[in-house]
Design a protein around this ligand. Structure first.
Ligand SMILES: [Zn+2]
Length: 168
């Protein structure tokens, strides 16, 4: 894909995986955008929203989103669950980070937390209003073809292993 220099607007050439340079020798580094994503647990079940926008409209999605400037990943995780599904959660652990391409090849790094439901009534909004959110039993988590994003398969494996060893 052609990238244009963010300083002068000329087309750039890719020099490295994450570096594009224009004729004026401006460096344009392309780094992943950081997202905070949450497995919300309650009574042995995990909460999923249903996406209402493309890509992957109608598929199950964990609550989460991009971290804002000046915000910690932890704060973003809690904020996104509240914004998308209306509930308050308490973070109980960090699962791991998973890289992905978002939409049109925009790279992302997904920082994944595990949280416990704390309070509030579930109200889906934002890009999660494609259907009623659902609680899925830890023993019958969604198959990959039900899920919105490819990187979930790796995270879900780690999550199942986390749950086996923590019994949360
Ligand atoms: Zn330039």
């Amino acid at each position: 894909m052609t990238r244009h220099c963010t300083t002068c607007g000329l087309p750039t050439n890719q020099i490295k995986d994450n570096l594009w340079v224009c004729e004026n020798n401006h460096d344009n580094w392309v780094n992943p955008a950081a997202g905070a994503i949450v497995y919300v647990l309650k009574d042995g079940k995990v909460l999923y929203g249903v996406r209402s926008v493309e890509p992957n409209s109608g598929k199950l999605s964990l609550p989460g989103g991009f971290i804002e400037i000046g915000e910690s990943a932890e704060t973003a995780a809690i904020r996104e669950v509240k914004e998308e599904l209306g509930i308050n959660v308490t973070l109980i652990d960090y699962l791991g980070s998973y890289s992905s391409d978002y939409a049109s090849g925009k790279p992302a790094i997904n920082i994944v937390f595990i949280a416990k439901y704390s309070s509030g009534e579930i109200v889906s909004s934002d890009d999660m209003s494609g259907g009623d959110p659902i609680w899925r039993d830890i023993n019958t988590l969604p198959k990959q073809d039900e899920l919105a994003w490819g990187w979930y398969s790796e995270a879900q494996k780690d999550f199942i292993e986390w749950h086996r060893t923590h019994k949360a």
